[in-house]
Design a protein around this ligand. Structure first.
Ligand code: PMT
Length: 229
């Protein structure tokens, strides 16, 4: 009987594995009504969350502001800024086994956000920007670190820049996507990934984000299981 059930539904490739994921954009306030952000819709990250749940993972999704409903079975932690995303990840990371950083985290924030709405004067306005914490690099530098998977959003030199991030951030894997043109990356329902690890890589061909996410999760499960054994 149990055998039949397993044949019907299949054992999950990540049964019981705790997977922490970031998704969506961050918002960095300029004043109470304005912010710096980017074009991330959260579709890729939410699709990865859903694919991981389907493979039996226990998923915590730390999400920036998006207009999406979290997939069933996912624990959602909603945040706005890079600092809030950082703090949520650091709270959740302790007993997680896989960390996937799909969020488009702002690399900079305004140094001193104004307390009140900035008034238009007609003169030029200069904003002083300071770097935000690199969440992924910080997680991968932890002593008891999870299996770390980054994303790289690039407009050119995809492999060179992605492999640079793989090395600099000391990652197990990185999924690179081309951004800045229609048909893949930000906002669209479709994507195409080049996935790299230290001594190899694999392409995931252009398809709907749920299909791409399923293949990425299969690849993560395979590499994670290999790294553990
Ligand atoms: O949300 P969608 O509209 O579906 O679009 C999907 C996507 C294009 C946003 C997604 O597929 C993607 O590429 N996400 C990563 C975007 C990004 O910020 O890439 P990056 O090359 O700037 O950053 C490299 C890695 O470091 C990423 O894993 C990022 O999450 C992480 N990072 C970056 C900066 C920072 N302060 N902290 C981080 O953790």
């Amino acid at each position: 009987m149990l055998h039949n059930i397993l044949l019907q539904f299949g054992p999950g490739k990540l049964d019981g594995v705790r997977l922490l994921l970031t998704a969506g954009p961050t918002r960095e306030p300029i004043d109470p009504v304005r912010y710096i952000s980017n074009r991330s819709s959260g579709k890729m990250g939410y699709a990865v969350a859903e694919a991981a749940v389907k493979q039996g993972a226990r998923v915590t999704l730390v999400s920036g502001p998006v207009a999406l409903t979290p997939p069933d079975g996912v624990e959602l932690v909603a945040v706005e800024s890079a600092q809030q995303m950082h703090d949520a990840v650091m709270r959740e990371v302790a007993d997680c086994e896989i960390f996937v950083a799909c969020a488009a985290v702002s690399d900079y924030r305004v140094d001193q956000a104004a307390q009140h709405k900035i008034k238009k004067t007609g003169a030029a306005l200069t904003l002083q920007l300071v770097p935000t914490p690199d969440i992924l690099a910080e997680v991968s530098a932890l002593q008891a670190r999870p299996f770390c998977v980054g994303f790289a959003a690039e407009t050119e030199n995809l492999e060179q820049y992605a492999r640079g991030k793989l090395q600099q951030k000391n990652l197990d894997m990185i999924a690179a996507n081309r951004v800045g043109s229609a048909g893949s990356g930000f906002e669209t329902d479709f994507n195409q990934l080049e996935v790299y690890w230290r001594d190899g890589g694999q392409s995931i061909e252009h398809a709907g984000k749920p299909v791409v996410a399923k293949q990425l999760i299969d690849l993560i499960a395979e590499r994670y299981t290999r790294a553990r054994s």
